[in-house]
Write a protein that binds this ligand. Structure first.
Ligand code: HEM
Length: 158
């Protein structure tokens, strides 16, 4: 049971951070170069990726809580031992990543409503502004995720 929970926990992180790195390192540079970050296709891709983000968020949270409750290193409510302090830090980072995901979801809905309402000729600027807002949140989430990964490695070794 514990090895399965650990595997699913690690897998959900791979999907979340891997997806963010694909969007940030491959899709965005190519789409920006081809001026495609203002197209309905781009908005569809963001919409679909949000599904993967929420699947990873819930899986990470549930398996993380289970791993926490299974761990002999965890004492409920006492964040005193170095392992528990690292866990608390990671939970705070996780909450920040979830807030960024909620905010990004709102921006994707806004882009969809722009495409639905505004005449095609004048959507480019408005979508481009929203894309830049998403970019900030994605870069922040990648940074937080990498810090959480480092903290997790330290936890496992302690
Ligand atoms: C973005 C956030 C997170 C990342 C990147 C992350 C990453 C990881 C990784 C890579 C491991 C090691 C897995 C292994 O060795 O099998 C791990 C273990 C663990 N994670 Fe997370 N995790 C995150 C969020 C959470 C949350 C929110 C919780 C608790 C609510 C949590 C609780 C744990 C626990 C208790 C362990 C086991 C640590 C140990 O064995 O000493 N994680 N995490």
């Amino acid at each position: 049971m514990i090895w399965a929970t650990r595997s699913i926990h690690a897998f959900s992180i791979v999907v979340w951070l891997g997806g963010l790195l694909y969007m940030g390192g491959i899709l965005y540079p190519v789409f920006r170069h081809e001026r495609m970050t203002v197209t309905p296709l781009y908005v569809q891709i963001e919409r679909r990726f949000m599904g993967f983000v929420w699947m990873s968020v819930w899986t990470t949270a549930i398996t993380g809580i289970l791993l926490m409750l299974f761990s002999p290193k965890f004492q409920f409510g006492s964040y005193q031992a170095p392992w528990e302090i690292l866990l608390l830090l990671k939970q705070i980072i996780f909450v920040a990543m979830v807030i960024a995901a909620i905010s990004t979801g709102k921006i994707v809905r806004k882009m969809e409503s722009i495409l639905a309402i505004v005449p095609a000729s004048s959507t480019e600027n408005q979508i481009s502004v929203q894309h830049d807002r998403i970019l900030v949140r994605r870069r922040l989430t990648i940074t937080f995720g990498l810090v959480a990964l480092l903290i997790s490695t330290r936890m496992v070794m302690s």
